[in-house]
Design a binder for this molecule. Structure first.
Ligand SMILES: CC(C)(COP(=O)(O)OP(=O)(O)OC[C@H]1O[C@@H](n2cnc3c(N)ncnc32)[C@H](O)[C@@H]1OP(=O)(O)O)[C@@H](O)C(=O)NCCC(=O)NCCS
Length: 233
């Protein structure tokens, strides 16, 4: 699932910025938890009593640790600890010394999680949404008239609606606001359909762009600063 996306390069004028994207869709059993989490982290996990939340939390952090392992080229996932900041944003703790500060963006949806590890020189966010007919009316009602016109370019109305939604959530993570600011601020004003991906921009945050992919009934979006180029191998 989206396996072609894990080889990604983000660059500007000959400079490659460190980043790594990983997915996790394993059901997190005891063996996996012991492999990825220190005993202190396992204690935190044992305090989560809602099974779905526990699953999401574990899968999201496994994806984040895999991305950090890939970024730092280390074998031990337990040297990374991902705490939660006051806005709900993930915070990376690690004893490793690098000449950049590392951040992660995490998303989970219906048994799939993804995480992007990156340098804080380039604020980014990711989001996965299941293309879910039950949620469609709720989301549709929150789109502007202009956005509704824009999605007519998408392969289907459903895909267009969930692409826009995942792009807005990904932007809200890059901004650290979540979707808690006035909703019109996340408005999308342009959508370009390419063969294997969709690209778009934001009316109020014109310094960012998004790249979205549709597959396996999911919409997946990455938001990055507009002047950077992103390439998947
Ligand atoms: C951040 C937000 C956008 C999360 O979106 P989501 O699709 O519900 O959940 P996702 O799985 O994609 O993302 C959750 C992750 O985002 C990250 N996150 C949460 N708040 C964040 C913030 N302020 N900044 C950056 N990242 C944040 C966390 O890592 C979290 O996972 P964790 O708690 O396991 O660490 C959420 O604040 C939000 O506003 N959701 C709106 C939901 C809504 O309105 N639904 C109605 C649909 S009709």
């Amino acid at each position: 699932m989206f396996s072609q996306l894990t080889k990604l390069y983000i660059h500007l004028g000959g400079i490659n910025y460190p980043c790594a994207l990983e997915f996790c869709n394993d059901s997190p059993d005891e063996v996996i938890v012991q492999k990825y989490f220190s005993s202190e982290e396992q204690k935190d996990i044992s305090l989560i009593d809602i099974p779905k939340r526990k699953n999401d939390y574990i899968q999201g952090r496994i994806a984040a640790k895999k991305a950090l392992q890939s970024l730092y080229k280390v074998n031990d996932p337990q040297i990374f600890n991902i705490k939660t900041g006051v806005f709900g944003q993930p915070i990376v703790l690690s004893p490793l010394k690098q000449n950049f500060v590392t951040e992660v963006s995490i998303t989970h949806s219906h048994g799939v999680a993804a995480a992007l590890a990156f340098t804080n020189e380039i604020p980014m966010g990711i989001d996965i949404e299941k293309i879910d007919p039950i949620k469609i009316n709720n989301i549709k009602n929150r789109l502007s008239k202009q956005e509704y016109e824009i999605i007519s370019a998408a392969p289907s109305i459903e895909e267009g609606i969930f692409t826009l939604w995942s792009a807005k959530e990904a932007l809200s993570k890059a901004l650290l606001t979540g979707l808690n600011a006035s909703f019109f601020l996340y408005e999308i004003n342009n959508l370009k359909i390419h063969d294997s991906y969709i690209e778009g921009s934001f009316l109020h945050f014109h310094q960012y762009k998004f790249i979205s992919f549709i597959g396996n009934g999911l919409a997946f979006s990455i938001v990055i600063p507009k002047n950077l180029a992103i390439k998947f191998n």
